[in-house]
Design a protein around this ligand. Structure first.
Ligand SMILES: *Cc1c(COP(=O)(O)O)cnc(C)c1O
Length: 449
């Protein structure tokens, strides 16, 4: 297989045309370095990069990692030679246009209508920070609430924003405690709902929460950094009713660098009401923010942002639109892979599935003869290590910690001899995982033996 090298001629041709464009401004000596030295250092880099795990290969079924779409890589590399800055329209007119177009496509996917407000960010963390910042401005005297399974970043960002955070307890299936919410409704200004938790890919019950929030005048922020693009194929998911409610959220975070095939450096934030632009502190009246000449830098907490990221996303969305017969086909395979894996492990006498997948993440563990949770943890760590030690015949998983209480409430036959249990977790975010599932299941059984 050629991987990225087969796309080099496309990049080379485009680079050449860009050089011609550069020269059209008049000849100018470039300040590049001695190419022999560059090659030497790049060789060193190449060797050091081999210290990575095989994120590209389906045997890597660990964390949320995969290489970008080759077209995104070509686009990003090409645009980076110009290095436009999407802070302001003047910093990169074409890539700023591309950013707006790409963000419009994401907004259309979630069901937001014009006018809305949105832009790309360098990651989901800063996108969530922007959403929580706006949340605090709108309800300055109230708390921001999220469930115990929300990413830790929300609690930390509340600390950054000097805003009180309220953790909502969840049941074993990840459903928020509605009695708790009801009891605290006077204190809550904004509720964060995670669609696709980082841990197990749980989709929180947005449709119920949106209804509850409407009655209680609570703002809803959806953290769909991981799961957002699954909206495209949500009619295939058990959680479809919650995805239908996405357009009712006040703000939404979706990371193109998670499931949008982008290199790192690409998150996004959308606000349903463009009036929130006023909180980004600017002299202009609010109408500025809906004018055709929207300055992306005026509605972003970040200043400089890579125009190359917008170019990469824009190109990817031309090739794989946010439709079932586009990115949807890839996402469907990741769901199918997780389901196939879960079914195979469920059938096995040697493994137990911890939670059936809602998206493309499965948690599981080897059955322990002693029924002690400490033995489960030990077996998981052993298998995790054994898989990594076999380069071409192994696998890469991730470890996931759950409390003994949570674990034994699902598996009452197990005895708690420790406070936490370490189980296994696999993120099947590559379409190539689907065909590899039988082989992965075989390897897992073989290494456990
Ligand atoms: C990954 C993730 C984030 C953080 O996004 P980054 O792009 O890593 O900064 C936030 N929330 C959820 C649910 C995530 O999965």
């Amino acid at each position: 297989m050629n991987w990225y090298t087969s796309y080099l001629p496309i990049l080379e041709k485009a680079l050449h045309k860009t050089d011609v464009w550069r020269s059209s401004f008049g000849d100018q000596q470039s300040s590049g370095s001695d190419s022999k030295k560059v090659e030497e250092v790049i060789n060193k880099l190449q060797q050091r990069l081999e210290g990575n795990y095989p994120f590209h290969h389906p045997q890597y079924a660990g964390q949320m990692l995969k290489p970008p779409h080759p077209a995104a890589w070509v686009a990003q590399s090409l645009a980076a030679t110009i290095n436009p800055n999407n802070h302001a329209l003047d910093g990169g007119p074409p890539t700023s246009e591309m950013e707006k177009e790409a963000v419009e496509m994401i907004a259309e996917m979630v069901g937001y209508k014009q006018p809305f407000l949105g832009h790309l960010t360098s990651a989901g963390t800063i996108a969530n920070l922007e959403a929580l910042f706006v949340a605090r401005e709108i309800h300055p005297d109230k708390k921001i609430a999220a469930t115990a399974q929300a990413l830790y970043t929300h609690r930390r960002m509340c600390h950054v924003l000097n805003t009180p955070f309220l953790e909502i307890p969840v049941d074993v299936f990840g459903n928020p405690d509605m009695d708790f919410l009801e009891k605290h409704k006077e204190d809550i200004g904004t509720l964060v709902v995670t669609m696709g938790t980082t841990g197990l890919g749980t989709v929180e019950p947005l449709s119920e929460l949106v209804m509850w929030a409407e009655i209680n005048n609570v703002r809803i922020h959806v953290d769909a950094a991981y799961g957002g693009f699954f909206k495209i194929i949500s009619d295939q998911l058990n959680s479809s009713i919650h995805w239908d409610a996405l357009s009712k959220a006040d703000s939404i975070v979706i990371d193109p660098h998670k499931h949008g095939l982008q290199p790192y450096g690409c998150g996004s934030i959308l606000f349903k009401d463009p009036a929130v632009g006023q909180y980004y502190k600017h002299d202009s009246p609010y109408t500025y923010f809906t004018s055709d000449d929207l300055h992306l830098g005026e509605i972003s907490l970040e200043c400089s942002r890579a125009g190359a990221s917008a170019a990469a996303l824009w190109v990817t969305l031309q090739l794989l639109p946010l439709k079932r017969e586009g990115l949807g086909e890839i996402l469907q395979k990741t769901i199918d892979a997780a389901n196939a894996f879960s079914i195979a492990m469920d059938k096995s006498e040697m493994f137990e599935v911890y939670q059936n997948p809602e998206l493309d993440i499965v948690a599981y563990f080897p059955v322990s003869k002693s029924s002690k949770i400490s033995e489960v943890s030990g077996l998981c760590r052993k298998l995790f290590k054994a898989g990594m030690e076999d380069k071409a015949g192994g696998f890469h998983l991730s470890l996931f910690k759950v409390s003994a209480k949570e674990f034994t409430s699902r598996f009452p036959d197990y005895k708690s001899d420790e406070d936490t249990v370490t189980i296994l977790r696999s993120v099947f975010m590559k379409p190539e995982h689907l065909d590899f599932i039988p082989e992965l299941v075989r390897r897992l059984h073989q290494k456990l033996d």
